[in-house]
Design a protein around this ligand. Structure first.
Ligand code: CAA
Length: 378
């Protein structure tokens, strides 16, 4: 970690301890999201960390960003996720949008005054994202969107949505990406999901009924929406991986501290070799995941995002988070299963990291496709 990263994470750790941690147990139970917390993170510059300063971003690197996400996730996976999805939306607008779109939408997102959301999945198009059915029909001056999006992180609390809809024939080439705003006529919110974890991050259905979006809200061009979505997801998957590292690190910290203090059979349980093996495996999982996250982040910083590394980081770190958080509950035993300690919450929050932004089975598909190409079988 360089000096800037140390300062960033130290300040963030203090904000998380003072302003997020005291609410987490209650808000997890109540399913309550607090905009003031998100905006507080904005005041630290982390809601638009990698965006250029001309659009209000902090102008930092992806390597800086993943440290920041890891730090937030040590206290709250859901707030880290809200930041990461909103950041993915900004990256997409910055990467694929034109000047007018950047000027219009980015400043409110980078500052954390507004939240961004990404709408790709549908009830019958999850892993097979190119099978999406939502349509965007060309009409005078714009497009009319009809359809329903499912499982949308920050649905209802976000103001700016990147919505993938079909303007052409079947398959990926018929998909276009649009910027849609909360309040646009014909755009409403459906069912709010009841979930196992991520309870302070709302997940909602989006409903489009003859929702008009002007031509100027089309991103990149007709038929480019699948590439826009996949490009955004390469970066998003590294962010989810960084959150997995934070989630695991917190559970490792809790486990080691507990094992050193908890006495059974007249000795700290840490001194039993069975526990040492578990804790060592957990620590190795955290470090190896972090290394892959940074390798992927460096490829983004170099301007050549390596989709294979991004998928590997997501796969390793989030499968690791599930393992580490489950083991943390085991190390803490009876109290680990109660809300007296946060490890059970982190275990519930870890599960969906293996599912969002492409299931870990899809990450393996992406990795295997790259392997095939590398070995001359394109
Ligand atoms: N970057 C840019 N373009 C890419 C790309 C990438 N990483 N990967 C693929 N593409 C392009 C391809 O080049 C191709 O375009 P061309 O024909 O012009 O070359 C086009 O996209 C289609 O690619 P494929 O033939 O590989 O498409 P496919 O239908 O076989 O699907 C897939 C590939 C990897 C399985 C993809 O569907 C996928 O990633 N599925 C998972 C969906 C997903 O991740 N959903 C996440 C939901 S969002 C979410 O969870 C966020 C949240 O709220 C937390």
């Amino acid at each position: 970690m360089n000096e800037l990263q140390k300062e960033l994470t130290t300040n963030l750790a203090k904000f998380c301890k003072d302003s997020i941690e005291p609410h987490m147990e209650h808000d997890d139970e109540a399913g309550k999201f607090r905009l003031d917390i998100f905006q507080g993170l904005g005041a630290y510059g982390v809601t638009g960390i990698t965006l250029p300063t001309e659009y209000g971003g902090a102008g930092l690197s992806y390597s800086d960003y993943v440290y920041a996400l890891e730090e937030i996730a040590k206290t709250s996976v859901p707030y880290a996720v809200t930041v990461s999805v909103s950041s993915m939306v900004q990256t997409i607008i910055n990467e694929y949008g034109n000047d007018a779109q950047k000027k219009k939408y980015l400043p409110a997102l980078t500052s954390g005054q507004e939240i961004g959301a990404f709408a790709l999945s549908e009830s019958h198009a999850g892993s097979d994202a190119a099978g999406l059915k939502t349509t965007a029909k060309k009409v005078a001056g714009g497009y009319q969107i009809n359809g329903t999006k499912m499982w949308i992180t920050s649905g209802g609390i976000a103001k700016t949505y990147i919505v993938m809809a079909r303007t052409g024939g079947e398959g990926p080439k018929g998909v276009s990406a649009f910027i849609v705003r909360d309040g646009d006529k014909g755009f409403s919110f459906g069912k709010a999901e009841k979930k196992m974890g991520w309870k302070t991050s709302p997940t909602r259905e989006l409903v489009f009924e003859n929702c008009f979006v002007p031509d100027e809200n089309l991103l990149l061009g007709e038929g480019k929406g699948f590439n826009v979505a996949m490009g955004g997801l390469d970066r998003g998957r590294v962010a989810i991986a960084a959150i997995g590292v934070g989630c695991s690190q917190r559970c490792l910290d809790e486990s080691v501290r507990y094992a050193l203090e908890r006495q059974q059979f007249n000795q700290p349980i840490f001194d039993f070799q069975g526990l040492q093996f578990m804790l060592s495996d957990m620590a190795t999982e955290v470090e190896s995941s972090r290394l892959l996250v940074h390798a992927a982040a460096q490829s983004i910083d170099a301007g050549t995002p390596n989709a294979k590394l991004c998928s590997m980081a997501k796969l390793k770190s989030t499968d690791g988070a599930m393992r580490v958080t489950t083991d943390a509950v085991q190390v803490l035993g009876g109290v680990g299963y109660t809300s007296e300690f946060p490890v059970e919450r982190f275990m519930r929050d870890a599960k969906v990291l293996q599912i969002v932004e492409g299931t870990n089975q899809i990450q393996r598909v992406v990795i295997a496709r790259h392997l095939k190409k590398e070995y001359g079988h394109a």
